[in-house]
Design a binder for this molecule. Structure first.
Ligand SMILES: *[C@@H]1O[C@H](CO)[C@@H](O)[C@H](O)[C@H]1NC(C)=O
Ligand SMILES: *[C@@H]1O[C@H](CO)[C@@H](O)[C@H](O)[C@H]1NC(C)=O
Length: 416
């Protein structure tokens, strides 16, 4: 049994006992018991029949078969509902999902998320969604964000050995193509391509960021804490070339094994170098991949996301609303960010693009319930290896095709 995601039952109970009456303590004991049971079952149930009574399948792999994605979805306190909605929007039985809330979230919030995930028949039957039980501080602008992404990758590597690509999403992201679209377009791609936006043109960042020394207290404190600058500065490295870019990536399994297992010293050395660099999540993977000859040629300089920046840009892109709907879909991207909770534009994406019912998952070829009935189409299912691209897959396919075509691919790869 993997206890990786186990949630310390005793600790939760002690925590609640100190604060509330014994009755609440008992209620929580039961809830925590159910929760631990839920989590352990989600590991045991993979590939077995469930109460739903339909034969389940493990994804088939091989030439002509769609790939398998491993999603790492991260958020903080108050993001539970957004993450649940995002999960339903990107759900497909082939994929693996790891949901992680940082130390800004309460224990009860993570229990609630895990319970809500488990309440869906399909998700329960396929047991491919995992909720990280423990939390720890993550500062998006500090090195703790790199540690968290590597941790997410390490957990997914250990949970499942069948996935091809690791996709990072935050609670404020949303897909603008269906999983069928994404799986279909990726089926015909070489499986070694890493989608990572990068540049070695550091511009103001060379002095504004890389020459600074920062301390990220989220690495050693219990609570999320912002970084602070040291007064000293450092030189721009000459042992390797710095690259920077978008923190949102789609990386291959071999590249993440290379980063996590560290049989070559470069990923580890850079991890240490970046521990005191601000915004290191915008440079770590970029610098590792571009300084490693075996992987440099696998980079595609596109993160397949849609963002809009204010002028001058802030740390995060602007919140998208209804007025961005058309340009967003025209972009051909796979995901967009960022959105406020329950944004009206998301309703429109659900209705027009994903065809997702309010509390259901995005339908795909795998759903075999009757179309147009009150019943959720995906409460029954058939072949999970079959995918059927929809109308919006066209733009996405041409974006991907353009970015992986010989000329565009080679001329943008890790230019020193
Ligand atoms: C990467 O591409 C360059 C230029 O096309 C080539 O010279 C080099 O051998 C390639 N490296 C690997 C490891 O494939
Ligand atoms: C959408 O966002 C833009 C830019 O942030 C803003 O100017 C505009 O007023 C917003 N539109 C609506 C309908 O909220």
């Amino acid at each position: 049994m993997m206890r990786l995601l186990s949630f310390s039952e005793k600790r939760v109970v002690a925590f609640w006992r100190n604060k509330f009456s014994p009755w609440i303590g008992i209620a929580v004991l039961i809830m925590a018991g159910l929760f631990v049971a839920a989590l352990s079952r989600s590991f045991l149930d993979w590939g077995t029949d469930q109460d739903v009574g339909v034969k389940l399948k493990v994804p088939s792999k091989g030439p002509g078969k769609p790939p398998v994605f491993a999603y790492w979805i991260s958020g903080t306190g108050g993001d539970g509902r957004k993450i649940l909605r995002l999960l339903r929007a990107v759900y497909h039985p082939r994929n693996q999902y790891l949901l992680q809330l940082d130390a800004g979230s309460a224990d009860s919030e993570r229990i609630e998320l895990a319970t809500a995930v488990r309440s869906g028949n399909v998700i329960r039957a396929f047991s491919n969604v995992h909720v990280m039980g423990r939390s720890y501080p993550v500062d998006r602008t500090g090195a703790s964000a790199v540690a968290a992404a590597l941790h997410g990758a390490a957990v997914l590597l250990r949970l499942n050995d069948g996935w091809d690509w690791f996709i990072t999403l935050s609670a404020s992201d949303y897909p603008i193509v269906t999983q069928d679209d994404l799986l279909h377009v990726f089926t015909s791609l070489p499986r070694d391509l890493n989608f990572i936006d990068h540049t070695s043109d550091l511009g103001w960042k060379e002095f504004g960021r890389f020459d600074k020394i920062v301390v990220d207290p989220s690495l050693y404190m219990d609570k999320n804490t912002g970084f602070f600058f040291a007064t000293e500065t450092k030189k721009t490295p000459d042992a390797f070339k710095l690259f920077t870019g978008s923190p949102w990536v789609i990386l291959t399994r071999p590249f993440l094994e290379y980063c996590v297992r560290g049989w070559d010293n470069l990923p580890r050395k850079l991890l240490m170098y970046f521990s005191n660099v601000p915004y290191s999540i915008e440079a770590y993977f970029q610098t590792v991949i571009c300084n490693t000859p075996e992987f440099r040629n696998t980079t595609v300089n596109n993160d397949l996301r849609y963002f809009l920046w204010e002028d001058p840009p802030k740390l995060e892109p602007i919140f998208l609303n209804q007025s961005h709907y058309k340009p967003m879909l025209k972009s051909g991207a796979a995901f967009a960010r960022q959105f406020v909770e329950d944004a009206a534009v998301l309703e429109k994406v659900d209705e027009k693009v994903l065809k997702r019912p309010q509390n259901g998952v995005t339908p795909g070829m795998w759903c075999s319930g009757s179309v147009g009935s009150e019943e959720d189409r995906c409460s029954r299912w058939g072949d999970i290896d079959a995918v059927e691209p929809g109308k919006w897959a066209k733009r996405f396919r041409s974006l991907v095709k353009r970015s992986v075509s010989g000329e565009e691919l080679y001329s943008n790869q890790c230019k020193f």
